[in-house]
Design a protein around this ligand. Structure first.
Ligand SMILES: C[S@@+](CC[C@H](N)C(=O)[O-])C[C@H]1O[C@@H](n2cnc3c(N)ncnc32)[C@H](O)[C@@H]1O
Length: 288
């Protein structure tokens, strides 16, 4: 047994071209995420533990599992291991400044007049983005809870959604400790951690949603944040997504995307750039 162990480890840590291509295709079809050849080592390091947990000898056997009757269930487990969930509070603050200065004052007036206001954090990871938006909103409008103004936050990864619902974070970045909104809207717990306060939590709703599948929401959004999500998708997948965001927004609604993402191609007809990676819906045309 001991003598055979190194051979077993080797097989669980090596992936053939065919197996890598099979996994990459399965992941892209389900999520839109593209695994280029440079991600090969990452795939092995993240999935080899899964192989061991399932007692599978190698990646070929893992591909057989994905192709078999329990494949859909395992695909869901695989995507949890392969998504990139890096995020932080108050990330890309130029969007948040625009929200605070220009966008929210009008939306708050709209909500005060009894209208419905919705903001969507699409690909929200563990919730820091959505809670950052909620803290800014409450800071501007402490009575927001009593109005019809809410933030929907969704992600494909059920583990990050569960973490987001808990709203318990560590002070990994020191400057976060001193942030006035963190001080105002969170409570320190054990050393080095804090809990998002219930008033902030009460205006955010977290849910699992795969952006590549149909979206169940009926009403339109005033602002959509989809930042650092489409960067992992193929260009063609991005091109399919922009018109869907156009269709999900109110006319004049705002779309914020990540610092290295751009709206290009036919979708430029729907959106005009109004700031750095900040777009406004000008026409929905015949967006699906
Ligand atoms: C890098 S995080 C970005 C988090 C946050 N928006 C930010 O900018 O800090 C990307 C998130 O997109 C999610 N994601 C990837 N593919 C997705 C899909 N098809 N549908 C929904 N979420 C997806 C991942 O699970 C991950 O949590």
């Amino acid at each position: 047994m001991t003598l055979l162990q190194p051979e077993a480890d080797r097989r669980q840590n090596e992936i053939s071209d065919l197996a890598f291509s099979y996994l990459a295709t399965a992941l892209q079809e389900e999520t839109g995420i593209v695994l280029t050849a440079v991600k090969r080592e990452l795939v092995v390091s993240r999935l080899s533990r899964r192989l061991r947990a399932l007692d599978l000898p190698d990646f070929d056997a893992y591909c057989d599992l994905l192709a078999g009757p329990d494949g859909a269930v395992e695909l869901n487990e695989m995507l949890l291991l392969l998504t990139t969930n890096v995020t932080r509070f108050f990330r890309e603050p130029h969007h948040l400044e625009r929200l605070r200065q220009d966008i929210l004052p009008d939306l708050i007036n709209k909500a005060r007049a009894g209208e419905r206001v919705r903001i969507w954090s699409a690909g929200c990871s563990s919730g820091e983005e959505a809670y950052s938006l909620a803290m800014i909103l409450l800071d501007l409008c402490p009575e927001a809870r009593s109005m019809d103004i809410r933030i929907l936050a969704t992600d494909i990864d059920r583990n990050v959604i569960e973490a987001a619902k808990r709203g318990l974070y560590r002070f990994d970045e020191h400057e976060l400790l001193a942030d006035p909104l963190i001080q105002k809207y969170t409570t320190p717990t054990e050393a080095g951690a804090f809990q998002v306060n219930p008033d902030v939590k009460s205006i955010v709703k977290f849910a699992c949603l795969n952006l590549q599948k149909p979206w169940p929401m009926n009403g339109k959004f005033d602002v959509i944040f989809c930042r650092n999500v489409v960067i992992y998708f193929a260009a063609q997948t991005q091109q399919h997504l922009w018109p869907r965001f156009a269709n999900a927004l109110h006319e004049g609604g705002h779309l914020m995307i990540g610092h290295s993402e751009r709206i290009t191609g036919a979708a430029c007809a729907y959106f005009k750039p109004v700031g750095t990676t900040h777009y406004q819906l000008v026409s929905r045309g015949n967006a699906p």
